[in-house]
Design a protein around this ligand. Sequence first.
Ligand SMILES: [Zn+2]
Length: 347
Amino acid sequence: MEVIFVREATFMHKPISDHPENPYRVVKARSSLNTSGLKYRDVSIEKIDREEAIRVCFKVHSRRYVEYLLELSRKTPVLIDEDTYMSENSLDLALATMYLSYVHASNQGKVFLVSRPPGHHAGVNGRAMSAPTQGFCLLNNAAAAVHGFMETGLKRILVLDFDAHHGNGTMEIFYRDRILQVDLHQDPDTLYPHTGYPDEVGEGEGYGYKANIVLPPGSGDDVFVEVLGLISDLAEKYSPEAVVVSAGFDGFENDGLADLNLTEKSYYTLGLLVRGLNAPTLVVLEGGYGVGLQRGLVAFTRGLLGLREEYPVLNETPITQYRRTIESTRRVIDKVSSRVFPSGGKQ
Ligand SMILES: [Zn+2]
C-alpha cells in the first residue's frame, strides 16, 4: 500500500473566507505522517492532461453538470451553494484528483490518495439524493476509481465509505448497479445530508447491494469496532476483486462537524480491515476537519500498512445505544447477505 500526497492540494482550492475544507487539512495530515515516520510519496498534477481528466468526469457525471462546472470555473471565486466554493484553480485540482483516482484504479494498484476537494457528496448532476448542498464536493473521486477498476475487467467491487456523513453522491451514482456499497455514518436524522437510512438498499440490479449502517451521535470505539467485525465478515465472504474506500476522518472525537466519538482504535481497525481484503485498493480522502486528520489518519495508515499497534478503546458507548446499534447493523447486513449470497455460499 502506497500513500500518495497531491502537492497542489496543500495550496490550491482555497476558500474565499473561513471554511473547514481548506488546504491546511492536507498540510496537517502530511506533517502528521512526517512526525510518525510513515512513508509517502508526493506527486504533482502539473502534467495531467486536462482534456483526458474531463473525459473521466463524463464517465461519472452528466455532461450538463461537467459543463456547468467548466462554465463556473471561468467566474471564480464563486459559491456553488452555501457550503461549496470554487476558487480560481479549484476545478484543476478537482479534475486532477478524480483523474488520479481513476488512473491508479486502472493500474490495479494499492493506493491511499491524499488530496482534495472531497467527492462523495457529488452525484450525477451535482447535488445528490435531494441533498440541500454538495457538501464541499465537486467531482466524485471514489466513483471514478470504481470505473477505473471496472474497465480493467474487475466486477466484484466493494465500496466502503466511513466518513461520518453519508456518501450520498457515490450511493446515487451506483444505486442501480451490482456494486456492494457499505456506508457507515452518523444517524442521518442528526446530520447532513439526511440520507443513508437502513431501508435504502438499492434498486434494480443494485437491489440489496447497498448497506447503510447508522451510528447514533456519541458512538465510541467499542461499538464501532464491533460493527467493523460484522462488516469484515460480509466483505470477506464477498471476496472483492477490488476495493474503493472513501476515507473521512470526521468521525473522530471533537471533529466539530460531526458528533461521533471515535479515536485511533477505530481508524486503525479500519485500516487493518481494508488491508486484510488483499485486493487492488484505491483509498481516497473525504472529510475530516479536526484532529482526526492527524491522529485518525495516522492510525488508519498504520493499519493499512499492517504495522502492529495496541490502541485502547478511549470512548465507550452507552450500553442501550451499543445494543441497538449492533442489532440494527445485523439486520442491515443480513438483508444484504440474503441478496448477495442467495444460496448462503459465495457469490
Ligand atoms: Zn464528512
